[in-house]
Design a protein around this ligand. Structure first.
Ligand code: XLS
Ligand code: CA
Ligand code: CA
Length: 436
């Protein structure tokens, strides 16, 4: 396939000394790192929405990017051409996975029945192209936030008719995700939030959101869809208060409604920083709750308060992210999906390749750095040492609740001021630099 990106051939690994901008310097898919290949660890996916439907538009102006696969007056022709262009890019980049929203791959028609028919037509093509190119679906999802019917939310909409529409759309999107062998399915609550409590019944909206997810869990069983369900936290944008604010909020929500065994987190780097957390914090919190599922690998701009969805290039970030992912045992169903878009001035089709190559190299470097950190165990040792008091007889007794307030008071009165130890933050930060 060499139709839509004729100036780019298959991207190869050329090593760190290469000066070829269309080659990998660090991502060597078959190279083994801690017993698995880089490709197996990283499970890269390209997102359909930004990569193929992104035009560079922003609130101040329309798109800047002109694409040959999006030039027909017939929307279904564009949908087919775009699917061909997508698989050309996936294969040339050598990624194994892709992700999509229902409405990215196929445009809406005048009614749901026609829309579903269109979707089936495109899914048939996608299925063939997956098979021909050996590419798999990491996850599918529903866009229940762009159309005006969803202006007040989908599951949290004040109207049961809109709730029903969203449910019908999710039903279909789950079916096509299953049809394409998707390893997962994401719920990002696009407009599941609110602007003002003057018009919002928060209690009822949260109940309804849980109800929608419960229905999805039931339907998953019914159609025997084996993929993993994920929730993608995001604190704001488009609504002022998104209900899925961050990992902590999502876990509490799932637990309140008894849904915790059916979902894991899809953590997005830019959403973490929007919530005032680091990417690694969100990954770690998901991991310790056994809910680290998949990752939307991008980055934000700390000077801007919105979701810039930039391609990840910060080696510190990728190293710390991969370190936490390693500690959590690595990906099973999930992977690294580049939920990232080109800057508005990056208008050349070739920019799509250089952006992904840089991001894949950044994560390959992160992976190798993190593997050395794991192997040498310096941070694990430092943490173990810091908590060593808890491994003494006294510490263990507290943890096992063999000592209560009275015994602890007795201990303190007998032993006086506790001995203090340095947190050694600067030393550890310097040590981290040794791996970058
Ligand atoms: C938007 C989200 C979205 C989800 C999928 O901010 O990142 O793209 O990943 O619906
Ligand atoms: Ca995302
Ligand atoms: Ca985002």
């Amino acid at each position: 396939m060499n139709q839509f990106f004729p100036s780019v051939s298959k991207i190869k690994y050329e090593g760190p000394d290469s000066r070829n901008s269309l080659a990998f310097k660090y991502y060597n898919p078959r190279e083994k790192v801690l017993g698995k290949t880089m490709a197996e660890h990283l499970r890269f996916a390209v997102c359909y929405w930004h990569t193929f439907k992104g035009t560079g538009s922003d609130p101040f102006g329309p798109g800047t990017m002109i694409r040959s696969y999006n030039s027909s007056a017939d929307p279904m022709q564009n949908a087919e051409d775009t699917m061909h262009a997508a698989f050309e890019l996936f294969s040339k980049l050598g990624v194994e996975f892709w992700c999509f929203h229902d409405r990215d791959i196929s445009p809406e028609a005048d009614n749901l029945a026609e829309t579903n028919k269109r979707l089936d037509q495109i899914v048939k093509l996608a299925k063939k192209l997956q098979k021909d190119n050996g590419i798999k679906l990491l996850w599918g999802t529903t866009n229940a936030f762009s159309h005006r019917r969803f202006m007040a939310g989908a599951g949290t909409n004040p109207s049961p008719a809109v709730f029903a529409y969203a449910a019908s759309q999710i039903k279909k999107a789950m079916e096509v995700t299953k049809e394409l062998g998707g390893a997962g399915y994401v719920f990002w609550g696009g407009r599941e939030g609110y602007e003002t409590l003057l018009n919002t019944d928060m209690d009822r909206e949260l109940d309804h959101l849980a109800l929608l997810l419960q229905m999805a869990v039931d339907y998953k069983k019914k159609i025997n869809f084996r993929g993993q369900f994920y929730i993608e936290p995001k604190p704001k944008e488009p609504t002022k208060h998104q209900y899925d604010f961050d990992t902590g909020n999502c876990i509490a929500f799932l637990q309140k409604y008894g849904l915790q065994d059916h979902f894991k987190m899809n953590i997005e780097a830019n959403h973490a920083t929007l919530a005032g957390h680091s990417f690694q914090h969100e990954l770690e919190l998901a991991a310790i709750n056994n809910m680290l599922g998949s990752v939307d690998a991008n980055r934000g701009d700390l000077f801007l308060g919105w979701d810039t969805d930039q391609f990840p290039t910060d080696i510190y970030e990728t190293t710390l992210a991969m370190y936490t992912i390693f500690k959590a045992g690595g990906f099973t169903t999930g992977g690294l999906n580049f939920d990232a878009k080109l800057r508005r001035q990056s208008i050349d089709p070739e920019d799509l390749f250089t952006a992904h190559i840089g991001a894949m190299d950044a994560f390959a470097r992160g992976l190798k750095n993190a593997a050395r950190m794991i192997k040498e165990g310096k941070f694990t040792k430092a943490i173990k040492g810091r908590y060593a008091g808890w491994d003494t007889d006294f510490g263990k007794k507290i943890e096992k609740r063999k000592l209560g307030f009275e015994q602890l008071e007795k201990y303190t009165l007998a032993n006086g001021e506790p001995a203090l130890q340095s947190g050694r933050q600067e030393l550890l930060e310097n040590t981290l630099n040794d791996y970058i």
